[in-house]
Design a protein around this ligand. Structure first.
Ligand SMILES: Nc1nc2c(ncn2[C@@H]2O[C@H](COP(=O)(O)OP(=O)(O)OP(=O)(O)O)[C@@H](O)[C@H]2O)c(=O)[nH]1
Ligand SMILES: [Mg+2]
Length: 194
């Protein structure tokens, strides 16, 4: 839920990176962190297992310009993609303003992508949201891996509501900021409607 602080002239929004395990959600946030000026970002917090899998979430606060004199601060979160962390995913979606779905382009992960979108849809409903109503961007990550699923095939299977879609290589940053900007823009459009 967007938090508007009139005294400090600040708007806080929450963006959640969702998707199957090992798809590259944490890598997106790490890239954004390394490429953002220190004065525009807060501390990145990662709660991970020893094998660097997200255990609970990653968190990165970012200041991205201003709207009508209000500083807009985006709080970026990732969920743990591993199937058995569903309670955590549900909790992290509380008060969400926008979602980035990070799909894994590898052929053998298509089922996991589909299952994860269904899980997103369901967990949003349980938090009182509808994916169809929410600012949403879709990222096809790991485009650098040989023999991945063709983009048009991924679009056909995973596109939910003609959301903005981006090819990405999160490890080198390809498509990472384009994806973030797209969802941020959709959130700001929603804010202006108020
Ligand atoms: N080749 C390639 N590897 C990637 C890409 N993006 C991420 N990876 C690698 O994939 C692995 C998993 O990435 P993470 O960012 O930890 O994945 P995650 O979605 O956060 O995984 P969970 O926390 O378990 O849900 C890491 O070894 C990354 O370096 C990419 O675009 N291309
Ligand atoms: Mg992670």
């Amino acid at each position: 839920m967007t938090f508007i602080n009139y005294a400090n002239k600040e708007i806080d929004c929450k963006i959640v990176y969702y998707g199957p395990g090992l798809g590259g959600k944490t890598t997106n946030l790490q890239y954004i962190y390394t490429k953002t000026a220190p004065e525009a970002r807060g501390k990145m917090i990662s709660l991970a297992t020893e094998a660097d899998r997200t255990l609970f979430f990653d968190f990165l606060p970012l200041d991205l310009g201003s709207v009508r004199g209000f500083t807009t601060r985006f709080h970026l979160y990732t969920v743990p993609g591993q199937v058995f962390y569903d309670a955590s995913r549900k909790l992290i979606l509380k008060g969400v303003d926008g979602v980035v779905f990070v799909a894994d382009s590898q052929l053998e992960r298509m089922e996991a992508n589909i299952e994860s979108i269904r899980n997103l849809e369901q967990n949003l409903i349980e938090n009182g949201f509808e994916l169809s109503q929410l600012p949403y961007a879709l990222q096809f990550n790991k485009r650098d891996v040989p023999g991945v699923t063709p983009v048009d095939e991924m679009y056909r299977v995973l596109n939910y509501k003609r959301e903005p879609t981006f090819e990405a290589v999160a490890t080198t940053g390809v498509g990472v900021f384009d994806t973030l900007k797209a969802v941020a823009k959709l959130i700001l459009v929603e804010l202006r409607k108020r």
